[in-house]
Ligand binder design. Structure first.
Ligand code: SF4
Length: 274
């Protein structure tokens, strides 16, 4: 029996046994199930600033978990080894209970809770939800690092279990989102919805020749300020990787120029990898 996944705008319509575009979900017996549930490719205790979050428990650390799969196809993906992987990826099985237990054990090391990151965590929506609920019940903080390209209903249902998010705003034109296989309006809606419910910071990776114009950054920052002028924005540098090896790293002066353009509208603008 066919099944339709209603997590993201792709709305994959799947035949029995067929996996979704994100490679983390599959039709089993007429139900879309998450094949990445509890299967971790990465687990590390990171500084919170690495998420990046600069205005949420600064100086703390957080147990950060990643799996495999992604619903976008950014040619410049920095984590492509896991985001483009599928169920054949080497993983470690970690139940929500075990993950929360580990996060609690790490409290003396400065950990405030759990972060879902590295690949696109929301393709393993059910795992994030189950872990986040348990983490909250145990008094831990929860952080989600996402591309934000997910539909309103599942996102809203999760927000009560999430304390902070970093959402990518990859560019500010429909063309840029076409390049990465996403949808600008969906991401804008995710930022607006989330910022009303939890702490949100936004990241834009500046790719030379693609989204490095001052006018695009001006429009982006102006829009973010219309959501909340206190929203922190991280403007970060691209380095050649994955399928994008045809250009050099973003010049530092470009990042600084765009930071200054964004700072005309937003109070908190940070640079990354400079
Ligand atoms: S989350 Fe995955 S399976 Fe679901 S619609 Fe998006 S790409 Fe398809």
């Amino acid at each position: 029996m066919k099944a339709v996944c209603t997590l993201c705008p792709r709305r994959c319509s799947l035949e029995e046994g067929q996996r979704g575009f994100c490679r983390a979900r599959e039709n089993r017996g007429g139900q879309v199930v998450c094949t990445a549930y509890g299967r971790l490719t990465s687990l590390a205790l990171d500084p919170i600033e690495k998420k990046p979050l600069r205005r949420f428990f600064p100086g703390s650390r957080i147990l950060s978990a990643g799996s495999y799969g992604c619903n976008l196809r950014c040619p410049f993906c920095q984590n492509w080894e896991i985001s483009m992987a599928d169920a054949a990826a080497p993983t470690t099985a970690v139940s929500p209970e075990a993950l929360v237990r580990r996060a609690l054990e790490l409290r003396p090391a400065g950990s405030i809770g759990l972060a879902f990151t590295y690949n696109e965590p929301l393709t393993a929506y059910e795992y994030v939800r189950d872990c986040a609920r348990l983490a909250h019940a145990a008094g831990l903080k929860t952080v989600l690092v996402t591309n934000g390209c997910f539909l309103r209903e599942p996102l809203e249902a999760l927000l009560g279990d999430i304390d902070a998010m970093n959402i990518d705003l990859k560019g500010f034109t429909p063309d840029f989102y076409r390049l990465v296989g996403g949808d600008l309006r969906t991401v804008q809606e995710a930022i607006t919805l989330s910022a009303a419910r939890c702490h949100v910071e936004v990241t834009t990776l500046i790719v030379p020749g693609l989204n490095d114009s001052e006018s695009e950054m001006d429009a982006e920052a102006r829009w973010l300020a219309s959501v909340d002028p206190e929203l922190p924005l991280h403007v970060t540098r691209f380095f050649p990787c994955h399928e994008m090896q045809d250009r050099g790293p973003t010049p530092v002066e470009t990042v600084l120029r765009l930071r200054d353009a964004a700072a005309r509208h937003l109070r908190w603008v940070y640079t990354g990898n400079c």
